[in-house]
Design a protein around this ligand. Structure first.
Ligand code: ZN
Ligand code: ZN
Length: 347
């Protein structure tokens, strides 16, 4: 067997050549002379495998990473060692050197390669949306049959700011682009619809209320052909507040607390606590505010009845005794509420 390239006949052939000739033409690795990386100037996310990925690395690291990803080492090489170096930067170009060391057929080879990494700087779709004030959802904070209270707006502002702060770490579109006071309430413009829905849940946990969503078709996504929707989500807070008085299925009660699922109230007659689901909100009637509570004095108490004075006319009123009145004594000042001419002690 002799080598067709040099004519030597004393060695085994490797892919048709003697080892010396084979190694002369052998490349330890494949590397393009130019590597293009598309990245966003504002957030440093990159296009990888056709998709924008949020990596946010510094430019030097982006260059090193591009080199690593574009070096293809021959499977014949053992004990590979690769050194990367940025030799020179000019504008968006980086000239780089790659030094590769490895063992092929028992021979240690060192080779040097040169390539240029081109940073194709642009603005990613998320950043251009953010810059243009894009939003997917509007949270409309409203109240049923009344204006919003200042404390409710302050609490909603706080809940939204706190949770956007958390959501933003995983979703760049979790931002607020506008907060607009309206005659009917407050509008919050939110970048991501997913984030808006999470915010609504957080708001309901503390403020309660009823949610209604209305998506509207805004056009078509030119690249995917899918419909583009913007969703208005209204959160209507109840007409009543904590400590207000309501009527529900002939029961009179005071509102004690609420969450995203239910309203907890206390019966004015037997002092029992019970809950009403938000879906039954329409059956709740507001009958008095906490400000309507008046003070009066307990004038007499027997095992069967107690007597108080009417808070405004001072006429004595007899009320049926109730185990919950045990702790009251003659002369005590008590809270009372007048509903349709009847007086109720509020404990
Ligand atoms: Zn040869
Ligand atoms: Zn970006």
């Amino acid at each position: 067997m002799f080598c067709p390239q040099c004519g030597s006949s004393d060695t085994k052939l490797v892919e048709g050549l003697c080892k010396t000739c084979f190694l002369k033409e052998f490349y330890l690795l494949k590397l393009e002379s130019e590597i293009v990386v598309t990245l966003c100037t504002s957030c440093h996310s990159q296009i990888q495998e056709g998709k924008w990925k949020e990596l946010g690395l510094p430019e030097e690291e982006i260059i090193y990473q591009a080199l690593e990803e574009n070096i293809h080492v021959s499977p014949m090489v053992e004990n590979v060692e690769i050194e990367l170096e940025i030799i020179h930067r000019r504008g968006s170009l980086a000239d780089c050197r790659v030094i590769a060391k490895g063992v092929v057929f028992g021979e240690e080879i060192t080779q040097e390669y040169k390539t240029t990494v081109r940073l194709n700087k642009t603005v990613c779709p998320d950043c251009s949306k953010i810059a243009s004030g894009y939003y997917e959802s509007v949270i409309q904070l409203r109240a049923d049959n009344r204006p919003l209270y200042q404390e409710e707006i302050a609490l909603a502002d706080e809940i939204i700011a706190l949770n956007l702060n958390k959501l933003e770490k995983k979703n760049r579109m979790a931002y607020i682009t506008q907060r607009t006071p309206m005659k009917e309430g407050m509008d919050y413009y939110i970048g991501s619809q997913k984030a808006a829905k999470k915010l609504i849940n957080k708001l309901r946990e503390q403020l309660g209320g009823l949610v209604k969503e209305s998506p509207r078709l805004m056009g078509q996504d030119k690249s995917t052909g899918k419909g583009l929707y913007r969703t208005w989500i209204s959160l209507r807070l109840p007409q009543f507040s904590i400590d207000d008085f309501i009527q529900y299925n002939d029961r009179l009660a005071q509102v004690k607390s609420l969450d995203s699922r239910k309203i907890i109230v206390r019966d004015l007659i037997n002092q029992e606590k019970f809950s009403i689901l938000w879906k039954d909100y329409a059956n709740i009637k507001l009958i008095g505010h906490r400000e309507d509570i008046q003070k009066t004095t307990l004038t007499s108490k027997t095992p069967h009845s107690i007597q108080i004075l009417h808070p405004t006319t001072f006429e004595p009123i007899d009320l049926e005794i109730n185990p919950d009145y045990d702790k009251l004594s003659i002369g005590d000042e008590v809270d009372v509420l007048e509903i349709e001419g009847k007086i109720y002690i509020i404990l």
